[in-house]
Design a protein around this ligand. Structure first.
Ligand SMILES: [Zn+2]
Length: 228
């Protein structure tokens, strides 16, 4: 369990940093992480998640810049799958749960920051997903077609990254879980938009959708929707 607790935040910060790489070369996947500001290679001690953030007081050791608070938020949230899986009797395939959880977490944070999704990391997600599971090819073809038709008609209300992500989830998740995820996502996002509109009077403000997909996915997992 301790190894898993260490592994998940490391994987999160690696994927999160990968999102911000502009041109992905294959050898980047093997290189050690670099500072976001001066691009120096990080020392091993500076790559220990959570602990290094606290020891460095939220700043880079090499050039003393303030680190994004999303590192510590994401690293702490990356601990949850191991805790949930250890202490709750869930009907899930742990590898699949971990894969979807970590990628949705990374995409949520990136979406909050930029209102976009990094295509190269989506490709890595597809690659890992097809490696772990056989998936539901026919469901994927049917859902992806419907989602693309929806996008071409209502392209102003949803981003193409969200369409891609829903399509991938239709391949990875069991059908009932996928339908529940999509319904719950729009329910929570709709409620959030309504509250924003009533409280802050911001009717036209764009909101990132992936955090709501992430919340819906976890809500369903905790309430024991099977993910096998
Ligand atoms: Zn630096």
């Amino acid at each position: 369990m301790i190894l898993q607790l260490l592994f998940c935040p490391i994987l999160f910060s690696y994927l999160y940093q990968l999102c911000h790489v502009q041109s992905l070369k294959l050898n980047y996947l093997l290189l050690r992480s670099r500072c976001d500001y001066c691009h120096q290679q990080l020392k091993f001690i500076n790559m220990i998640p959570i602990l290094s953030y606290m020891m460095q007081r939220g700043k880079t050791r090499c050039c003393n810049h303030k680190l994004s608070c999303f590192y510590i938020i994401g690293e702490l949230l990356a601990l949850l799958p191991t805790i949930i899986h250890t202490y709750m009797a869930l009907n899930v395939n742990y590898a699949m749960f971990l894969l979807i959880y970590l990628f949705l977490l990374v995409f949520s944070i990136y979406d909050i920051q930029t209102l976009t999704l990094p295509v190269h990391v989506i490709i890595i997600f597809i690659f890992c997903g097809t490696f772990i599971t056989h998936g539901n090819l026919y469901t994927f073809l049917y859902i992806a077609t419907l989602l693309h038709i929806f996008y071409f008609i209502f392209y102003q209300v949803i981003g193409y990254g969200d369409i891609l992500l829903f399509s991938i989830l239709s391949y990875l998740l069991p059908y009932t879980m996928f339908v529940s995820t999509i319904l719950m996502t729009f329910l929570i996002a709709g409620l959030f938009a309504l509250v924003c509109m009533m409280v802050f009077h911001q009717a036209n403000r764009k909101i990132p959708l992936v955090p709501f997909i992430f919340i819906a996915f976890n809500f369903l997992i905790i309430f024991n929707e099977p993910l096998i």
